[in-house]
Write a protein that binds this ligand. Structure first.
Ligand SMILES: *Cc1c(COP(=O)(O)O)cnc(C)c1O
Length: 492
């Protein structure tokens, strides 16, 4: 299987190891596989008998053909082992007769980013060998919270890789700060920046485009790499859990093979829902994909009107991981709904004016699969409270956005097919807002909110978030944004 750029006419093809190492294509496009491999009924029925790591290795093997089956199985087994994912990698919980919650947050940082970031570093480590790279990869990450911690956990103690994370000193929650400050591993470094997320992000971008810095790093046997969510190495592992969920529905006797189900995904950068689309393209019996947004509903508008317009107010919501105005992975959907030339054109328009409108033809293709809904803050809180009180299901704020959108979709269309809702974070990760949604009252400050939520719901705090305040602080440095490169050299 070869890969090429969404903005290229298939002239230049790449192996998956190169694609994972490189991240972004040279023309600014995203890497896509030359064809979507198929998944037959027999294969699905066979996967039903397998464990999650085995399912993952099998599916990844269809895309990463320059990795051996043994390599993939060994990496998937290590990534999705019981000690990393308590209670299984992607358990499917029945919430109502028609709604099933696909819990993607049982990993080491209690958010769905772990599903990709536990496996991707292992794939990158092998990619360095496969591409003949003799240097150590230095991963630089600017984070507003979730991604940084998930990347640290994924890359810690991985061979031939070092990782350095920068976060805005006052721009992450107390829980997130503690999660990063107490990070273990011999190849990790964490540093707070005096400034906001953009300052951290710009600082990292500056280092990536600094030729002198690159030379100096190379002299010391380092190459820069990124853990960005548009990397194919992060997207491919996300296809697996939709197929796995379908197997689990079959195993539970909820459906028979061929019966199609719908999927609803709380969406930000369009990565998670695009993985569901790929599973459908492979032949998995999925019908509608409901794209759930919060008050930042640029995608809802796009899916309803065909116009993508990022020129709008930015809202800070209680589902911050979806507070995004540019959904990078949408470029991959445009590509599969049209071609490289048109995709490049729309992306140029987006860069220039912040908006574009797709042709009716493309819109019709997208409409066959996708529908867009959004939930505002009040709907998110009400839905969270309702599911907790009526169904005994405790959802986090992001999952609650999806539950609200799934219900709206079913009520508006009368579609009674079973619906898989992607659950992307532990309720404890957003304990204050979850507590407030249920009780209408403020929880205790800082990590006290976790105890409040535990007492209120008689549930245990998710393991990776327990006793955070008692762990050893390893990283407490706060630097000026101008000193980021110096800090990178020091770490090197
Ligand atoms: C990243 C994230 C999302 C959004 O996922 P995309 O792949 O960017 O659409 C949703 N919920 C949580 C908790 C996340 O961390």
């Amino acid at each position: 299987m070869k890969f090429y750029s969404t903005r290229d006419t298939k002239e230049t093809k790449f192996e998956s190891a190169q694609v994972i190492k490189q991240g972004l294509a040279n023309d600014g496009g995203l890497f896509v596989p030359e064809e979507i491999p198929s998944l037959t009924k027999e294969e699905v029925l066979d996967l039903c008998k397998k464990s999650y790591p085995e399912r993952a290795a099998y599916i990844l093997g269809k895309f990463l053909t320059d990795y051996t089956a043994d390599e993939l199985l060994s990496d998937c087994t290590a990534a999705y082992c019981d000690s990393s994912f308590q209670g299984g990698a992607a358990p499917l919980k029945k919430v109502t007769d028609s709604l099933f919650s696909l819990e993607l947050w049982h990993g080491p940082t209690a958010a769905f980013k772990d599903m990709a970031l536990q496996i991707m570093p292992r794939l990158l480590s092998r990619a360095l060998v496969k591409t003949g790279e003799s240097n150590t990869a230095l991963i630089l990450v600017a984070t507003s919270g979730d991604t940084g911690k998930a990347a640290l956990e994924g890359y810690k103690d991985i061979d031939r890789i070092k990782i350095m994370v920068f976060y805005p000193v006052d721009g992450v929650s107390k829980v997130q700060k503690l999660q990063m400050a107490t990070q273990t591993g011999s190849n990790v470094n964490v540093c707070a920046i005096k400034g906001n997320f953009d300052d951290a992000q710009n600082g990292v971008k500056k280092i990536f485009s600094d030729a002198a810095a690159k030379t100096k790093l190379l002299e010391n046997a380092y190459v820069l790499s990124s853990a960005n969510s548009i990397n194919w190495g992060r997207l491919a592992p996300q296809i697996v859990y939709y197929i796995s969920a379908y197997c689990d529905l079959l195993n539970a006797g909820e459906i028979t093979y061929g019966e199609s189900v719908n999927v609803c995904v709380p969406t930000g950068n369009f990565g998670n829902i695009f993985a569901a689309y790929l599973a459908k393209k492979m032949g998995l019996p999925l019908d509608k994909l409901v794209c759930a947004s919060n008050a930042n509903n640029v995608l809802t508008e796009f899916l309803r009107t065909g116009t993508y317009d990022r020129n709008r107010d930015f809202h800070l919501t209680m589902s911050p991981s979806m507070d995004i105005l540019i959904s990078s992975n949408l470029e991959r959907l445009l590509y599969f709904s049209s071609n490289a030339e048109q995709t490049a054109g729309y992306m140029a328009e987006l860069a220039k004016s912040g908006k574009y409108t797709v042709s009716d033809e493309i819109k019709n293709v997208i409409d066959e699969t996708f529908v867009g809904y959004f939930a505002d803050e009040a709907e998110t809180a009400d839905t969270l409270k309702k599911f907790y009180e009526k169904e005994g299901y405790l959802a986090d704020t992001h999952t609650s956005v999806a539950l609200s959108c799934a219900e709206k979709y079913m009520a508006e269309t009368g579609d009674t097919k079973k619906m898989i809702v992607a659950s992307t974070a532990s309720p404890y990760k957003f304990a204050s807002d979850v507590y407030k949604s249920i009780t209408g009252k403020d929880a205790s400050a800082e990590t006290g909110a976790l105890d409040d939520l535990s007492a209120l719901t008689s549930t245990d705090i998710t393991l990776p978030l327990r006793n955070l305040a008692e762990r050893e602080i390893r990283f407490s440095k706060v630097i000026d944004a101008e000193d980021m490169l110096t800090e990178v050299y020091r770490f090197m």
